[in-house]
Design a protein around this ligand. Structure first.
Ligand code: BJW
Length: 246
């Protein structure tokens, strides 16, 4: 039997990390449900839907165009929590998967490699006609043309809205079912299926689940442990604990 760390994770064990908006908050990206969570008076549940896009495409495109511009402006940079997860990815000898709900690219910029964007990516656009996905750094407008099928006005942000199926679920659920450690960092536990990931770990009956947040969330009771505090402090500390044991 491999030795276990103080966290009781075998060095060849599997770690699955779920991140949410809270991990990017200290980089200057607003969260969805915090005090600054409204956009021009709209709740995300009202704007981030295919129905809203069909009804008011300009409004929804503007929502994402503004976020894309801010992400590329240079002020928003990966923080110590993103860096610590990239270090864990690079040095953990066992299986590792980082599933992020965030559509920013801060995990990639920090150096994470074993990464899945379950709610899509802001710097990509998808054609509603042919499904082609393109890297995209400019504003998306009604004039934009898909370079795959040449259709005009059919490009939308490559993101997952309410009622749409998140990306990579099969891989995520398989990893969760065999996880020895599950970390949920900076997510409010309001949005499914991500909010149910901890339940998959519990049902499998082998993994330790730790919630890392500024406060205990609605899902707190499902976790084995809480680490309360800003992600830039709690995540580097936990990664150091894990890497010290290998
Ligand atoms: C810090 C911090 C610091 C701050 N340090 N922490 C009824 C019951 C159950 C489910 C449903 C239901 N009705 C409908 C559903 C399903 C629906 C859903 O969950 N709705 C809820 C509103 C109830 N879900 C869906 O529709 C999903 N699809 C789906 O279910 O498909 C069906 C299916 C599933 C499985 C198999 C087959 C089919 C799709 C959900 C798509 C969500 N999309 C968005 C927008 C993405 C694009 C974009 O970014 O604009 O994703 S909504 C938004 O919420 C975004 C986020 O990724 C997501 C989660 O938010 P997150 O990350 O948790 O942020 P916050 O703001 O809520 O929380 C931040 C946290 O950080 C807070 O706790 C802070 O305390 C903390 N924090 N600073 C540490 N420094």
């Amino acid at each position: 039997m491999p030795e276990t760390s103080a966290l009781r994770i075998p060095p060849d064990g599997r770690i699955v990390v779920l991140t949410g908006a809270g991990i990017s908050a200290e980089s200057g990206v607003p969260t969805f449900r915090g005090a600054d969570g409204l956009w021009e008076g709209h709740r995300v549940e009202d704007v981030a839907t295919p129905e809203a896009f069909a009804r008011q495409p300009e409004l929804v495109q503007r929502f994402y165009n503004e976020r894309r511009r801010k992400l590329l402006a240079g002020d928003i940079q990966p923080n110590a929590a993103h860096a610590a997860l990239a270090e864990l990815d690079a040095n953990w000898p066992g299986e590792f998967l980082l599933v992020t709900q965030n559509i920013d690219d801060l995990h990639e910029r920090a150096g994470s490699r074993r990464l899945l964007h379950m709610h899509g990516e802001l710097l990509k656009a998808r054609c509603s006609d042919c499904g082609a996905v393109h890297r995209w750094q400019d504003d998306l407008t009604a004039e934009a043309v898909c370079s795959g099928c040449q259709a005009g006005g059919r490009l939308r942000p490559h993101v997952v809205w309410f009622g749409e199926v998140p990306i990579g679920l099969e891989e995520s659920f398989a990893a969760l079912a065999s996880a020895d450690l599950f970390l949920a960092i900076g997510t409010s536990g309001n949005v499914y299926p991500a909010a149910g990931f901890v339940d998959v770990v519990r049902q499998a009956g082998r993994g330790r689940a730790i919630e890392m947040n500024l406060e205990a969330t609605v899902a707190a009771g499902w976790f084995d442990e809480q680490r309360i505090g800003p992600a830039t402090q709690t995540v580097p500390a936990l990664v150091a604990e894990l890497l010290a044991e290998i």
